[in-house]
Design a binder for this molecule. Sequence first.
Ligand code: PEP
Length: 283
Amino acid sequence: RILGRHHDDKRPTGFEYKGVRFGQDTLNVFAGLCAVDNPTHVEQMMKALADNGQVCTRMGAYKPRTNPYSFQGHGASCLPWVFDLAGKYGIRVIAMEITHDSHLDEIRHALEQTGSPTGVMLQIGTRNTQNFELLKIVGRQSEFPVLLKRGFGITLEESLNAAEYIASEGNRNVIFGLRGMKTNMGDPHRNFVDFAHVPVVKRLTRMPVCIDPSHSVGSRDRGPDGLLDVQQVTAQGIIAGANMVLVDFHPEPKKALVDGPQALLLRELPYFLEDIAIARDAY
Ligand code: PEP
């Protein structure tokens, strides 16, 4: 495998994009909106990130939904103002899911049109992990790095092969995302949290590994010790060696159009970042 690692492989891992370094030895936080809803919320989010020294975010414009009647994302229409606001607040990289090759052109066009200095990390979601034609398309371009989420109902090996589809077409700037697995055992969480696989993926491949505590846990509920589940599993993932955290925040979770119950509040951002720094020290 191009992305594979041998036990004595000492080559440096990862890549740099928009002045941000991604590797198996770095840690980047992508806090942001699961779905872009309106300019006010996007601006509040970006301002909170800038106030807390953050240069990366997540912003969903194209939302693959289980229910066809649920909000599907604003699509191309929101891209110009999202990129303008990102530029205004010094956001350098936005993780944004795409589900079709036409989205790639729409993103390129909006970046060109706005002249925003911000960059995009293309996210391939768990429902498209084995959409091989889409994987080949993002693999054939080298302009944007790719965050590939593991498939929630396939083996780890199959998901690693999906990453290899991207690399085999030429794009080696791939980050592997863990986002929980589906089980039929009625777990307390939305998905079975799979962050024990962080060191496994780092041992088997040269990819930086991302965790998505929000989609793994599915709710921001406080446990009996007063800590948020999302925060606790984030710490577990960081201690296991995660290199990137993709996490949902929202200025008003009750008004969020997608996944509000799992979004953390903006006032929790500094504490969330502090917890991450403590967990990182423990790694
Ligand atoms: C997301 O990150 O917005 C998302 C839908 O994630 P997943 O593909 O892991 O469900």
